[in-house]
Design a protein around this ligand. Structure first.
Ligand code: ADP
Ligand code: MG
Length: 242
């Protein structure tokens, strides 16, 4: 089943000399229950793709569909279908973790018990009454994941969820996302931690200058190239040589 479908997506920022083709005819299909990662260097277009998929920005051409619909057509409570994590999205610093979740919970019809449950799921129960400004980076990432999980979605779309985490934090996110996928749910995340992703994802997508340069199952990539890093740099070489 095609769950997330991106077709011929083009996104241009700026005009004239300043024009950037952030996404250049990107097409991609993600199946239900799949764990997919998008890799690519800074500025390659990962966050733009995620923002368009989440309906936060429009594209000039093409489409991005979630279970056959645009994000804006997902109904009254899209949080029940898709949970998201954006690296640019910061909670209000003087709110506590619990207050932050409660505020979002009220907007998406989730009660205070579910907020507590999500804080427990991400290991923040003890810190729930601490102000977010006193959270470490890892704790903020965990709160971001708790927010994404709040309405018990079937899909998680996460932009750089392991950026800046310590080894314990990375391991925790890995196990956490794996158990989410083991329940038959779908994860799409971006990252540039390639060796970390080899341990977790089923499907790797590589993007460079707004173009897809890799789109294959993990097992095929590891069989052919031995590592994601090798596959990625080979794909870049291939493109330059073309
Ligand atoms: P990544 O997430 O892979 O680092 P982005 O999607 O953030 O890449 O950026 C892709 C390209 O689009 C970059 O060249 C970036 O400078 C440009 N870009 C992203 N957002 C904007 C914006 N709001 N205005 C102008 N240019 C942008
Ligand atoms: Mg980004």
């Amino acid at each position: 089943m095609e769950f997330l479908k991106i077709e011929n997506l083009c996104k241009v920022y700026g005009k004239g000399e300043n024009q950037v083709n952030a996404l250049d005819n990107v097409s991609l299909t993600i199946e239900k229950g799949e764990f997919t990662a998008i890799i690519g260097s800074s500025g390659s277009g990962k966050s733009t793709l995620i923002r368009i998929l989440l309906g936060l920005e429009n594209s000039q051409m093409g489409m991005a569909l979630i279970d056959g619909k645009k994000y804006s057509q997902l109904g009254d409570n899209p949080f029940c279908i898709v949970g998201s994590f954006l690296d640019s999205c910061q909670p209000y610093p003087t709110r506590t973790g619990f207050q932050h979740l409660r505020w979002i919970g009220l907007a998406c019809g989730v009660d205070s018990n579910r907020c507590k449950e999500c804080l427990e799921l991400v290991g923040l129960s003890e810190a729930k009454n601490k102000k977010v400004k006193d959270y470490s980076l890892g704790m903020k990432q965990r709160l971001g994941l708790a927010t994404a999980l709040l309405a018990n979605p079937d899909i998680l779309i996460l932009d750089e969820p392991i950026n800046g985490l310590d080894p314990e934090g990375i391991r925790w996110v890995r196990n956490f996302l794996q158990s989410f996928v083991n329940e038959g749910k779908t994860v799409l995340m971006t990252s540039h931690y390639m060796s970390e992703l080899e341990l977790t994802v089923d499907h790797l997508v590589g993007i460079s200058n707004g173009k897809i340069v890799i789109d294959a199952p993990t097992k095929d990539i590891l069989k052919e190239f031995g590592s994601f890093e090798e596959a990625y740099f080979k794909a870049l070489e291939g493109k330059e040589g073309a």
